[in-house]
Design a protein around this ligand. Structure first.
Ligand code: BGC
Length: 669
């Protein structure tokens, strides 16, 4: 279909109507010209298709609930993220959805952000690579994605009004970078603007971001859609290069018409927007004939489980308390309601109706029975109104057991879209319960279900093990049990730093702003960039996660040892599994600028690889580095810049567990 000649045939009213949605989830069609309507749905960790509105409430279809983005990020596995993307696309196809509204790639500036469970990381490189993998997966099946929320939407508090005041360098290096990587690598069909203002200008009206940077600089060739209700002035947003305003709003047409009549928007601006928009509409339309009618629900559950298994992160494991050891444990106490009713996802527009939900306790019982271990269960100790009664039974169980596994976490009323957390600690009654149980049983392990970092300082020293389960999706229950019993080896690592307490976080003093602006005073020093540069202690560093086996790093080679700034550099090393169990290691490569004239973080992630090794097995891991690995954004030249001199290559198992290092000399003359 030749989009240009179609546009020529349209009336002005038809054109202007097309630039705003028809309702919440559909776009406008023009029957007489054969222009179809698109159907879009949330996203990102499952398909949330609204099937009906009953009593004013949306009724959504059941679908597979995959781990949320923060859990997927803990896998550090781009292939797996891509595979879940393919499954998501099949579900979209089967339900006639053209565009899935995800992934969310905003940076975790503060652990308080209510939507952190929906975002990947505090690190732009990791977030960008994972978002690219997600987009590639979904779009490989010709279902579109919407990379969101562009940009600097890092808090839910006052998100409709606040201006994120970010200096240009931080904007480029931290907040835009994941979008840049994903756009360049994976070409999303659409990008969704954010609600907030960026340096005073609404995301929906930000010409510099939407046109100059996204389109002209990065080569984005899809259309920009507004976040739902993020358009204040439809004419200004059109001029800024926002093609589709969602959802339906009767004002938008009127505003556009008036602006046209007043000469404030031109035919060219309207037609350019339509051309971009209709190109995607017909891409989606042409893909419809290839759609599957149904998908394999069991297979998708298995993929969700595979992802959950790789996301689970073993934070602490003193005395090898895990996996549960049948020679030491005859009686196992399981405590906490989340063992039977796991929290599998966060709240808000990302919340899907899971097709089914695995219970951790059921699977624990099944595995324990095979090992001849007796399991006793006590329900919640975290419901204050029942606390006395339940606490007593839980404490009695704890006393009698050889080992205790406590299930705690944040409900999705705590971690949700629309508002932020007010604390990063668990509820006081839950913290108290952990302390009481740990006092009665020294072999206590805590399983935490939450979407982002938690301050564990008051209880971490009293328990032997902590398994961070994130929000694992519908198959997480059995995945947790299989990790606890060593059926699988944990291989997740944190994609965000766990601070000791909220007061230690770099944005503590400026978050959430004064109701007008949120001042990003910490600039580029976000997450581990801040903690590592200023040598601040943390609870668990970025990239941390234990295994039931051990890995040895050796043979670092950097070739060439001296290079020009546009040369490709190869870094290779060997990793060996020196323990007794098969496992996967996430190898992380950081770069440190040794020669800089400007302030740079002490280290920055520039590569990662997940490698599976049998006991005794050794494999070579190779990274390719280009100019991006060494550049910073210079506000003097308004461009990326590399300085001549020495750079340190740091390879390790976490940002604070560097095992190998070497120097590369970069020449820019
Ligand atoms: C959210 C988006 C979401 C949209 C549609 C907005 O409130 O910020 O992420 O895709 O609603 O549900």
């Amino acid at each position: 279909m030749d989009v240009k000649s179609l546009i020529e045939k349209m009336t002005l009213d038809e054109k202007l109507h097309l630039l705003t949605g028809k309702n919440n989830w559909e776009t406008v069609s023009v029957e007489r010209l054969g222009i179809p309507s698109l159907f879009v749905s949330d996203g990102p960790n499952g398909l949330r298709k609204v099937a009906a509105i009953v009593d004013g409430k949306e009724v959504t279809l059941k679908s597979t609930c995959f781990p949320t983005a923060s859990a997927m990020a803990a896998t550090w596995n781009t292939e797996l993220v891509q595979e879940t993307g393919e499954c998501l696309a099949e579900e979209c196809q089967a339900e006639n959805v053209d565009i899935l509204l995800g992934p969310g790639v905003n940076i975790k500036r503060t652990p308080l952000c209510g939507r952190n469970f929906e975002y990947f990381s505090e690190d732009p490189y990791l977030a960008g690579e994972l978002a690219a993998a997600y987009i590639k997966g979904v779009q490989s099946k010709e279902v579109g994605t919407s990379l969101k929320h562009y940009a600097a939407n890092n808090q839910e508090y006052d998100r409709h009004h606040i201006s994120s005041e970010v200096d240009i360098r931080a904007l480029r290096e931290i907040y835009l970078k994941p979008f840049e990587i994903a756009v360049k690598k994976a070409k999303p069909w659409t990008v969704m603007c954010s609600y907030n203002r960026i340096n005073g200008v609404y995301g929906s009206e930000h010409k510099v971001l939407l046109d100059d940077i996204l389109r002209k600089e990065w080569g984005f060739d899809g259309f920009v859609v507004s976040d739902w209700g993020a358009v204040w002035d439809r004419a200004k947003s059109l001029k800024a290069s926002l093609e589709l305003a969602m959802p339906y709003n009767e004002n938008h047409f009127r505003v556009l018409k008036k602006a046209y009549e007043d000469g404030k928007i031109t035919d060219e601006e309207i037609d350019t927007a339509l051309e971009r928009y209709l190109t995607i509409v017909f891409r989606a339309y042409n893909a419809r004939c290839k759609r599957v009618k149904e998908y394999d629900k069991e297979k998708h559950h298995e993929v969700a489980k595979k992802a959950a298994l790789e996301a689970i992160t073993l934070l602490k494991n003193d005395d090898d308390i895990l996996p549960v050891n049948k020679s030491k444990v005859k009686k196992l106490a399981i405590i906490g309601e989340f063992a039977t009713m796991p929290v599998i996802q966060g709240g808000g527009s990302a919340h899907v109706q899971p097709a089914k939900v695995d219970s951790p306790l059921d699977k624990i019982k099944e595995l324990a029975q095979k090992e001849g271990i007796e399991v006793d269960y006590a329900i919640s100790i975290s419901i204050p109104s029942h606390s006395q009664y339940n606490q007593n039974s839980a404490l009695t169980l704890a006393e009698k057991a050889d080992q205790v596994i406590m299930f705690v976490g944040n409900r999705n009323t705590i971690e949700s879209e629309g508002y932020d957390r007010t604390s990063i600690r668990l509820a006081p009654d839950v913290e108290n319960a952990i302390l009481q149980v740990a006092r009665r049983n020294p072999n206590t392990v805590v399983v935490v279900q939450a979407g982002s970092a938690i301050d564990m300082s008051c209880w971490i020293g009293k328990v032997k093990g902590v398994l961070f389960a994130w929000y694992l999706g519908q198959a997480g229950g059995s995945a947790i049990a299989e990790i606890l019993f060593g059926v699988h080896n944990p291989c997740g690592k944190t994609a965000e730093t766990f601070p000791i307490c909220l007061e230690d976080t770099p944005s503590y003093e400026t978050y959430p702003g004064d109701g007008i602006v949120s001042w990003y005073k910490e600039s580029i020093m976000v997450g581990y960039r801040y903690y590592d540069t200023f040598e601040k202690p943390v609870l668990f560093p970025f990239g941390h996660g234990l295994s039931y086996t051990q890995f040895e790093y050796s043979d670092l080679k950097i070739t060439p040892g001296a290079a020009n700034e546009n040369d490709e550099i190869t870094v290779s090393l060997s990793v060996k599994n020196t323990g007794k169990m098969q496992g996967k290691e996430i190898v992380q490569l950081y770069v440190r600028d040794m020669c800089s004239h400007v302030l740079r973080p002490y280290k920055e992630l520039k590569g990662f690889a997940k490698v599976e090794l049998k006991p005794g097995e050794k494999k070579e891991v190779t990274f390719k580095l280009n100019r991006d690995a060494f550049a910073y954004y210079s506000t003097a030249v308004n461009d990326w810049h590399v300085e001549s001199g020495d750079y340190k290559i740091l390879v390790g198992s976490s940002s604070r567990d560097i095992r190998l290092s070497g120097i590369i000399k970069i020449n820019t003359d």
